[in-house]
Design a protein around this ligand. Structure first.
Ligand SMILES: [Zn+2]
Length: 250
């Protein structure tokens, strides 16, 4: 049941999900895409070509980038305090409301590390966070494509590049030892952060998050365009796995 829920800030998202069901039951184009036509890459256009043409019905989050970031950080505050509100949401209703489409208000690029529970750390449940994960939270072409899709098609208002304490990928890059398989493919994208961080682990992890956020802003014309229009914000942040606290990096 959805009754007796505390008046938390997550409630509007429940209503949004409820109102966002699309009768067609198909993927939809966002208002943002319509307004920013021409900026999508050829690959993205390929994805979009499979979407339904009923763009006018798209119901995206109305949150500003700052408000979306505030919502995430408030959720992290609840997580740190051990007062999760997302667990009070009715998962059955959330599942049903998200069948027809998704309307995440935020995207996160995090490490694959199992100690970084993205949705949990921001006290969010189904349909709210577009999460991309790869060891070292690095901007690979596939990650950039995914985040472009989240921003242009799904309407995410903020992208958080989330480094974390004790990151094994960063540790391995600092150590620069021989490793089996393709693990060393992670080294090159993180090496610049090692130079900036002076081989200090925490400084390098934070530098890496900032470098990947900068890369996302500059390497993706799609993201850069939305940032320039004030419709999207890209921020770097640091997750402390001991306390669960997320700190924004300037
Ligand atoms: Zn990591």
């Amino acid at each position: 049941m959805m009754t007796e829920r505390r008046p938390t800030e997550s409630l509007p998202m429940i209503r949004s999900a409820s109102q966002g069901c699309h009768p067609s039951g198909t993927t939809f184009l966002s208002r943002r895409h319509v307004l920013s036509g021409g900026i999508a890459s050829a690959a993205l256009a390929g994805i979009l070509s499979t979407a339904a043409p009923d763009a006018a019905r798209a119901a995206q989050t109305t949150l500003t980038p700052d408000a979306a970031l505030d919502r995430l950080m408030m959720g992290n505050g609840r997580f740190v305090a051990g007062k999760l509100a997302s667990f009070e949401e009715d998962l059955t209703i959330l599942k049903q409301n998200n069948v027809a489409g998704q309307e995440p208000f935020a995207a996160v690029l995090s490490c694959a590390d199992s100690r970084v529970p993205v949705e949990l750390a921001f006290d969010q449940s189904i349909g709210h966070v577009f999460a991309t994960r790869v060891a070292g939270n690095i901007c690979t072409p596939e990650i950039i494509a995914s985040l472009e899709y989240g921003a242009v098609v799904l309407g995410t208002a903020v992208i958080v590049v989330l480094g974390h304490s004790e990151c094994g990928a960063v540790k391995a890059t600092i150590a620069a030892k021989a490793v089996p398989g393709q693990i060393s493919a992670l080294y090159a994208p993180i090496r610049q952060a090692v130079e900036r961080g002076g081989r200090n682990l925490e400084a390098t992890i934070k530098a890496n998050a900032q470098i990947q956020a900068d890369l996302l802003r500059t390497a993706s014309p799609v993201v850069a365009d939305l940032v320039g229009q004030g419709k999207l914000k890209v921020v770097a942040a640091y997750y402390d796995i001991g306390s669960g606290r997320v700190s924004l990096l300037g």
